[in-house]
Design a binder for this molecule. Structure first.
Ligand SMILES: *[C@@H]1O[C@H](CO)[C@@H](O)[C@H](O)[C@H]1NC(C)=O
Ligand SMILES: *[C@@H]1O[C@H](CO)[C@@H](O)[C@H](O)[C@H]1NC(C)=O
Ligand SMILES: *[C@@H]1O[C@H](CO)[C@@H](O)[C@H](O)[C@H]1NC(C)=O
Ligand SMILES: *[C@@H]1O[C@H](CO)[C@@H](O)[C@H](O)[C@H]1NC(C)=O
Length: 246
């Protein structure tokens, strides 16, 4: 290649690879307005914040006129430390609404995020009935990791495809709700308005795909670049399915 050809090529790079700029929202119809994060003691912080942190950024960058509640059984701040643990290592999140506030009224809720926990089973008795009650008013449910097991116990996943983290897959499937069509490999699964992600970090892939679905693909791509996150190629791009022999 002659030097002059190389110079021409290099000079053309900036325009061919110009830095991304924030794209406009391409979908302004019926965007979700009311978001909720379901929490319980022992929730996995990344399960919750893989999704919520990106929603925080989306909301700030696009000045979304949306509301956000941290919803739990009681008003007590919810710690990442499971109830049964003696540990003092963890962090608590302030609760802004209780299950009762949403169950007892038609208080609007469009998107519910359900994270997994270190002892997800302990959350089921209070959380599953709550999910069942609010589901009819929701536009979307987004679960991460064992959040799908909690959600499954509400019955709303019966007859649907869903996934969960691939760690200890065979043991998990032995106690999984049988009415749900558990999928592997799957980085995340969409069935109707319920989106379920695999392990904690896969929540980022799922929420970016969800943002692409609702707010437009350029918005999701832009957020992925801002977070400098290597996104999964598609919903079945799941190397952990093989690692965990699921
Ligand atoms: C809590 O600490 C006590 C005293 O060290 C110990 O006997 C018990 O097994 C611990 N419980 C859990 C759940 O770790
Ligand atoms: C559910 O999963 C099955 C098997 O993977 C697939 O054939 C089917 O299309 C999926 N259904 C939906 C609604 O995605
Ligand atoms: C626009 O948002 C609505 C409501 O979430 C959704 O159902 C629809 O698929 C989105 N449309 C496009 C073209 O992204
Ligand atoms: C999804 O991505 C994986 C990994 O790049 C690839 O092997 C697979 O063919 C893709 N599947 C579809 C349906 O595009």
């Amino acid at each position: 290649m002659r030097a002059s050809t190389l110079t021409t090529l290099l000079c053309s790079l900036p325009s061919a690879f110009s830095a991304p700029s924030q794209p406009p929202l391409t979908n302004t119809s019926a965007l979700p307005l009311h978001f909720g994060l379901l929490l319980y003691p022992g929730f996995v912080a990344l399960d919750a914040y893989s999704v919520v942190d990106i929603l925080n950024t989306l909301s700030l960058e696009y000045s979304l006129a949306a509301t956000f509640d941290v919803i739990a059984e009681t008003e007590t701040p919810v710690s990442t430390i499971p109830r049964a643990s003696n540990s003092t290592f963890g962090q608590a999140v302030v609760v802004t609404a209780t299950y009762e506030e949403y169950s007892a009224s038609e208080k609007p809720l469009d998107v519910l995020v359900v994270p997994g926990g270190y002892d997800s089973r302990s959350a089921i008795p209070a959380a599953a009935p709550f999910i069942k009650v609010v589901y009819p008013r929701l536009q979307y449910v987004l679960t991460v990791c064992m959040g799908s097991f909690i959600t499954a116990e509400s019955g709303i996943l019966d007859g649907r495809n869903a996934t969960v983290s691939k760690v200890n897959w065979k043991n998990k499937m032995a106690r999984a709700r049988k009415e749900v069509h558990w999928q592997t490999p799957a980085r995340w699964v969409t069935h109707g308005n319920i989106w379920t992600a695999s392990g904690s970090a896969s929540g980022i892939d799922m929420v970016l795909a969800w943002i692409g679905h609702v707010y437009g693909k350029p918005v999701a791509d832009y957020l992925g670049y801002e977070y400098e996150f290597n996104r999964a190629k598609n919903a079945t791009d799941d190397p952990f399915a093989e690692i965990w022999q699921s």
